[in-house]
Design a protein around this ligand. Structure first.
Ligand SMILES: [Zn+2]
Length: 281
């Protein structure tokens, strides 16, 4: 009760001035960059676009996304670098993700946050290249891939045991944040559950000067998914993936600001600011 009286007094003492003195805090706006760190050549499009029966191949882009603003350098996905992946996959034009990010003048220690869209090797493996970062992952994704995925009947395709170890270490080190569904995790940055690419994948929306940008990661592999209203080929639930893509259209200020996870056209549709780097704008 005393607190209420004091608050009333403070509110009245400024006369017609609002409580913040008339300086309405500007909403945080961010700069968003797509950074290409590798290419997987001749990737079958049928492995990306649901129901595609063609034999088309595409040199797909391997990307991480840097979000800068509000005192944060946030990386959405962290790419890969461990040697085992170069034995199983043909990788071209590789630059280690931390070195690719450095093209924008950001050192690994300056990455404040890593938001993981999902636990697959090509998105999560680079997490420990950024040792100071707070790591954000969906709680159900973390729970599944650190436990049930490795039990009889569990599914862990695309999940590397060493990456699971990195998640555990981030958790033990007090740097892991478990996100429960749709949530604003920083001012102007929201994550949304993403249509079952993995157990509980997520995508992110970011407030920018051009409006709300959606970074889909693998919840939408290619522009073609959105254009044909085709689910991604790798999902536990195609209907939920289509719902996620529909929702991205409602969230983004315009469809052009929805950024797919592996489409090389991202690098040509936006202005280039450095080698392999475009600004989503
Ligand atoms: Zn994936």
């Amino acid at each position: 009760m005393i607190a209420a009286v004091v608050m009333l007094a403070v509110a009245c003492s400024g006369g017609l001035q609002p409580a913040d003195g008339g300086l309405k805090a500007a909403a945080t706006q961010y700069e968003v960059y797509a950074i290409r760190y590798a290419t997987l050549p001749d990737f079958p499009v049928a492995g990306l676009v649901g129901d595609d029966k063609s034999d088309r191949k595409l040199d797909i882009a391997m990307m991480v996304w840097l979000i800068r603003g509000g005192g944060h350098n946030i990386l959405f996905d962290a790419g890969f670098y461990r040697p085992q992946f170069f034995k199983t996959w043909k990788v071209h034009d590789f630059v280690r993700p931390d070195e690719a990010v450095a093209r924008l003048g950001v050192k690994p220690d300056e990455i404040t946050d890593v938001i993981l869209s999902h636990a697959h090797w090509d998105h999560a493996d680079g997490t420990d290249l950024f040792p100071k970062a707070q790591v954000w992952i969906q709680k159900d994704e973390y729970a599944y891939y650190t436990a049930d995925a490795w039990q009889p009947g569990g599914k862990h395709g695309g999940i590397d045991p060493e990456d699971v170890d990195v998640f555990l270490k981030a958790n033990i080190g007090g740097r892991l944040h478990l996100v429960n569904g749709d949530q604003e995790i920083l001012p102007g940055i929201r994550v949304y559950i993403g249509g079952k690419h993995t157990w509980q994948s997520q995508y992110v929306s970011v407030a920018t000067r051009s409006g709300t940008v959606v970074l889909a990661s693998d919840n939408m592999y290619l522009y073609e998914n959105l254009e044909k209203h085709a689910p991604i080929a790798q999902t536990f639930d195609r209907e939920s993936n289509l719902r996620a893509q529909d929702r991205m259209k409602a969230i983004a200020t315009k469809p052009e600001l929805i950024v797919p996870g592996h489409d090389p056209a991202v690098l040509t549709r936006f202005p280039k600011v450095a080698a392999g780097v475009v600004r989503i704008d």
